[in-house]
Design a protein around this ligand. Structure first.
Ligand code: FAD
Length: 479
């Protein structure tokens, strides 16, 4: 059939994975086309994920800190919330960033094609034009012929099948729209996304319940870190139901009624349905692999919609690569970006590989919880010989001066070599502090390297050096 556009590199999806892949491809000199169904670049992360949630969390943290100042002898008036203005602020943040991306695409001469892409075969994709800000199609089709492709079509929210349509029941995207601040809010799913959005709504005045199937909130993080977060946040929650399944949700005029089921006898969930003013469903995300016609291109997709790739991000079709949420966990923007660079470089013919020792995770709650590399739980489960160094922030001058000394910094070491293989931090700014741990792990730094590095005083960053010193202190036989 007729071809409207020819290119060397086709990138499907303009999230952090897709735009990074397109930019790197263009920088390497490849004639690049970027296909995106939405009106803005940036994908989930910029439009309805990382960035808007952080704009709101920053606001929430300032409000909470202002209240906290009464213990320092400074009392502020109770905050007045203008939801419309707050929403405008959040939207302006998104606009600044997505606008910046559009400019960068233009400067690099990346051709962006607006529409829903569906592969026709291993060298052609059909793009059905979309309109407005969403992904409503208007029937105009274009065919792009490509030499190579990178699939970066991302993921979408998972909804529970028994949940009715009701404006009071939202997913993370709906929660970011800030339509109302409910009196009583239920969060289904105690993962990072649910707890971040819960933090925002609670700071704005909502009372929270959270329900989680597993035996604790914020799965993936060591329990000692989560415990500190949970203790500091007790005041936000009326009930935390763990080991509990949500089995029914009914929308009535006077509220949303939710029925729980104990997964085991450790659950404290009530037998009667509970009433809420708003329910946030945050039970995970599903990859978009089954929605892009991948089979037509011969690209293998798993039953769940993931695309398997090798260490160069190559699918089973040698000239087609895949990156980001669509290739698997952890579904995080920084992983997508790193994979994007590998894929673009490998497609160009460079010997790039996705070969990392750690991918950090951060819950941008208050306090923040951050971890990287091997967790202590993981190390124990694998029966490794590891040691740890823990520095409590109760001994940090800066944390005490800040009035926030509830946190701690923990480093995990290979007991034989003394090398840093993991770390976790809970406390204000933990997400920024974890970067030093990431670098230490990647560089194979040991306890002496980290402990003997002079950190500026008084900073929270010192706690990383101190954690290494603590570990060294109880090891006499380090190399
Ligand atoms: P996506 O961002 O999902 O982008 C895929 C793009 O492809 C989308 O724009 C989509 O419209 C487009 N697309 C899909 N199919 C087609 C098609 N057929 N045709 C045309 N276009 C198509 N991660 C972090 O690292 N830090 C955080 O703080 C963080 N916070 C988050 C908060 C929330 C509320 C959510 C929901 C997610 C958060 N994430 C965070 C996760 C992060 O957003 C994702 O990991 C990241 O966006 C994945 O990037 P991606 O490029 O793989 O895909």
């Amino acid at each position: 059939g007729p071809v409207d556009i020819e290119c060397e590199m086709l990138v499907l999806g303009a999230g952090p994975g897709g735009y990074s892949a397109a930019f790197r491809s263009a920088d390497l000199g490849m004639n690049t086309v970027l296909v995106e169904r939405y009106s803005t670049l940036g994908g989930v992360c910029l439009n309805v994920g990382c960035i808007p949630s952080k704009a709101l969390l920053h606001t929430a943290a300032i409000m909470d800190e202002a209240q906290h100042m009464s213990s320092h002898g400074i009392t502020f008036a109770k905050p007045e919330v203008d939801l419309n203005k707050l929403r405008d602020y959040k939207d302006s943040v998104i606009k600044k960033l997505t606008g910046g991306l559009a400019g960068m695409a233009k400067a690099r001469k990346v051709t962006t094609v607006r529409g829903v892409g569906q592969f026709l075969d291993a060298h052609h994709i059909e793009v059905t034009e979309t309109t407005g800000t969403g992904s409503e199609t208007i029937g105009v089709k274009k065919v792009v012929r490509f030499a190579k492709a990178i699939i970066a079509a991302g993921s979408r929210v998972v909804l529970l099948p028994f949940i009715p349509q009701d404006p009071r029941i939202v997913d993370s995207t709906g929660a970011l729209e800030l339509r109302q601040v409910p009196k009583k809010m239920l969060i289904i799913g105690g993962g990072i996304i649910g707890l971040e959005m819960g933090t925002v709504y609670s700071s704005l005045g909502a009372r929270l319940d959270v329900v989680e199937m597993m035996d604790g909130l914020m799965q993936g993080a060591d329990r000692d870190l989560v415990k500190v977060w949970q203790k500091y946040n007790e005041h936000r929650f009326d009930n935390i139901y763990v080991n509990t399944k949500t089995v029914a949700v009914e929308a009535r005029e006077e509220g949303i009624y939710v029925t729980f089921e104990k997964a085991n006898d450790k659950s404290t969930a009530p037998a009667e349905p509970q009433r809420y003013d708003m329910v946030l469903v945050a039970v995970g995300r599903a990859p978009n692999g089954l929605l892009i016609g991948a089979d037509k291109a011969g690209v293998a997709v798993t039953d769940r919609g993931f695309i398997n790739v090798d260490a160069q991000m190559r699918t089973n079709v040698p000239h087609i690569f895949a990156i980001g949420d669509i290739v698997g966990q952890p579904m995080l923007a920084h992983k997508a970006v790193h994979e994007a660079h590998v894929a673009a470089e490998a497609a160009f013919g460079e010997k790039s590989f996705f070969d990392v020792r750690q991918i950090p995770s951060v819950a941008y709650t208050d306090p923040e919880v951050a971890w990287a590399g091997m967790t202590e739980d993981q190390a124990k489960a694998e029966g490794l010989k590891v040691g740890k160094g823990v520095f409590p922030w109760a001994a940090s001058g800066r944390a005490i001066a800040n009035g926030r000394d509830e946190g701690f910094t923990k480093l995990i070491f290979d007991q034989e070599t003394g090398r840093v293989i993991g770390g976790g931090i809970v406390g204000t700014g933990a997400g920024d502090l974890i970067s030093e741990v990431c670098l230490a792990i990647e560089m194979g730094a040991d306890a002496v390297d980290v402990g003997k590095t002079i950190h500026p005083h008084p900073t929270l960053g010192e706690s990383v050096g101190m954690a290494a010193e603590v570990f060294k202190g109880h090891c006499t036989d380090l190399p």
